[in-house]
Write a protein that binds this ligand. Structure first.
Ligand code: S3P
Length: 196
């Protein structure tokens, strides 16, 4: 059977994803970065492409505590939250391979950094302060939805943002492939340009 060019490319992409999964072994891909950097949005898509489970550490902390992150902070304080965060992330990292999104402060713990180094591969999602502030500010009040028809606004945002998320996911996959030494055949043959 002869395949068209697009099908070849698709095969190459699939092959590279399989190579990444293989090179990863039991390790987890751990997304780190400040609040609003897109760890969850990008993490879900990345996991989907790699056909790995996606786990959000903050959600797991909330499940373990039976309370929201804000409630834990308000009732017990930050150091109690950090203690739980360290424990939960350690437990989660025993369960790779997976894509794990961590809360913005998790990587500040030397113990967590050591566990991530031993059992995972960290990917830092970095965004400009302006972008972060815009995203974080939007979180509670949702001013973008206040004025207009929510369906129309959401559709417009989907159109604008999904392609950006996909580009970032593509860049993360390229970076992982480079780090793990996975290059699909066509990339080698054609010397295709890599996303930096
Ligand atoms: C925190 C970030 C939050 C959450 C908690 C503390 C931080 O997660 O873990 O509110 O210290 O930066 P996100 O980065 O997912 O918002």
């Amino acid at each position: 059977m002869s395949l068209g060019l697009t099908e070849h490319r698709k095969d190459d992409r699939q092959e590279r994803l399989a190579q990444i999964r293989e090179a990863l072994g039991p390790r987890s891909i751990v997304l780190i970065g400040l609040m609003g950097a897109g760890k969850t949005a990008v993490g879900r898509r990345l996991a989907n492409r790699l056909e790995l489970p996606f786990i959000d550490a903050d959600t797991e902390i909330e499940v373990a505590a039976g309370a929201s992150v804000s409630e834990i902070f308000a009732e017990h304080g930050e150091s109690y939250f950090r203690q739980g965060e360290r424990k939960v992330i350690k437990r989660l990292l025993e369960g790779g391979p997976q894509v794990l999104a961590t809360g913005g402060g998790a990587y500040m713990s030397p113990e967590t950094r050591a566990t991530i180094k031993a059992r995972g591969l960290s990917v830092w999602l970095k965004a400009d302060l302006k972008v972060l502030l815009k995203r974080v500010g939007r979180r509670d009040s949702r001013p973008l939805l206040a004025g207009g028809d929510p369906e129309k606004v959401m559709k417009k945002l989907i159109e604008e943002r999904y392609p950006v998320y996909e580009v970032i996911v593509g860049a993360v996959i390229d970076a992982l492939a480079a780090k793990l030494g996975c290059t699909a055949k066509a990339d080698k043959a054609q010397g295709r340009k890599k996303v930096k």
